[in-house]
Design a protein around this ligand. Structure first.
Ligand code: UTP
Length: 410
């Protein structure tokens, strides 16, 4: 039975359409739907109302943030690697794979990691990631605990696939799964979408919730027991992603900073990647659509573009500092997306064009919450081959070319 307070809330927020088909549901459907509605966060309506103000503040002051360049890293490579290998052998570093996204641009109906990027042989994205991790395991002789974030949508398939493939040779004792939270979809006029007569339209709430989901899944105590102090967080879709590579780990730890970010030189001033900078004195990542013309043209003392380093979704964070970040202080972004829904007649519609908003928090906002960040340059052609689209930029084709360039058999 729907509680009085829930009905009141639904009325108060003008969301009565959510109950339109309630009487048609059977007992079990009613129970499930009530549970969903009880958990629905009506605060999203406030965020929707204030959507034009998100992330914008006229008084924000942006400045460039220098990177440790490839040449500088080479000069200190031995020292970095030594420190990194020591930390990895002491199990001080865990890896966090963000695999909860829906990969809508790729249009693959399974978890992105299950995508076969091979041509003459099977080569799954998950396999690429694990092979790269095994390179490090072979150097140190120690497994890196791997925490995999899935969503309610792809959790079962991801677990079953990795199990079936025997974790591509990784020791499964060192693999832990956790599930991220979901957020509702909303129409342009502020109504929560329903996906079926007894179900809200929900989707993963962005990659910014990874750490709060780790806490919720009670994994912190496990990490503490293993001695993990740092987390290397990375995206599922970069098939050249180097994870917990000793030089990067060592450079981060020796920097004394609580975080670091791998970056690559941008190929064009207007390339669609987030760019490292300082915002109001703190390290920050400015999204490509927030870069002004002036910032795009700015030059540093060597005459190079001043905002020239794009992030590749590979960060390290010290857990001690992450524990001090409150989940409530993260910005919720509103993104226009295609959201499947049922219309007033209860018919299912799968829109071809964006028809509303999704709510997401983003990992890149975490950088601004920490006091400092080591910006660590890596060679683009060696470490950055994202599979975002079916064709064109950052696509299956470009990723295959880059794999071949790096001598990977595909
Ligand atoms: P993207 O921003 O590329 O999003 O994710 P996506 O959902 O995978 O793809 P599109 O935009 O729908 O095409 C970057 C990384 O963050 C993870 C993704 O799995 C990927 O590793 N991610 C994204 C999550 O883990 N959860 C989310 O809710 C969103």
């Amino acid at each position: 039975m729907l509680s009085e307070s829930l009905i009141e809330k639904i009325n108060q927020y003008n969301q009565n359409h959510l109950l339109k088909f309630y009487d048609e549901l059977d007992v079990n459907q009613k129970i499930d739907y009530e549970k969903q509605l009880e958990q629905l966060d009506f605060d999203y309506i406030e965020i929707y109302k204030n959507k034009d103000k998100i992330g914008q503040n006229e008084e924000d002051v942006y400045l460039p943030l220098e990177a440790m360049t490839i040449d500088e890293i080479e000069e200190q490579r031995n020292q970095f690697e030594e420190a990194g290998i020591k930390a990895l052998k002491e199990c001080k570093v865990g890896a966090v794979l963000l695999a909860g996204g829906q990969g809508t641009r790729l249009g693959f109906d399974k978890p992105k990691g299950m995508f076969n990027i091979g041509v003459n042989k099977e080569l799954y994205i998950f396999e690429r990631i694990i092979t790269n991790m095994l390179d490090v395991v072979n150097i140190t002789g120690c497994y890196i605990p791997l925490f995999i974030m899935t969503s309610e949508i792809n959790d079962e398939q991801t677990r079953a696939f990795l199990e079936e493939k025997n974790y591509f040779g990784y020791d499964k004792e060192f693999v832990f799964f956790f599930v991220q939270s979901m957020a509702p979809g909303m129409s342009y006029d502020g109504k929560f979408y329903m996906e079926a007569k007894g179900r809200l339209s929900l989707s993963p709430n962005g990659n910014g919730g990874w750490f709060s989901s780790i806490i919720k899944a009670d994994l912190i105590s496990k990490m503490e027991k293993m001695g993990v102090e740092w987390l290397n967080v990375f995206s599922v879709d970069n098939v050249l992603q180097r994870i917990a590579d000793p030089a990067y780990v060592g450079a981060t730890i020796l920097s004394g900073y609580p975080s670091s970010a791998k970056v690559v030189k941008k190929v064009r001033p207007d390339e669609r990647v987030g760019v490292m900078c300082r915002k109001n004195g703190r390290p920050s990542i400015v999204e490509y659509y927030e870069l002004t013309d002036e910032m795009m043209q700015a030059k540093d003392s060597k005459g190079e573009p001043a905002y020239n380093y794009g992030v590749i979704l590979n960060y390290m964070f010290r857990i001690k500092e992450l524990l001090q970040i409150s989940d409530n202080s993260m910005t919720t972004h509103i993104v226009e997306k295609k959201i499947p829904y049922i219309n007033e007649k209860g018919e299912f519609v799968s829109p071809k064009e964006p028809n509303g908003y999704k709510f997401e928090t983003l990992i890149l906002d975490m950088i601004n919450m920490l006091d400092d960040c080591l910006v660590y340059e890596v060679e683009r052609k060696r470490e950055f081959a994202p599979v975002k689209n079916k064709e064109g930029v950052d696509s299956i084709e470009t990723a295959r070319e880059l794999l071949q360039y790096n001598g990977v058999e595909i």
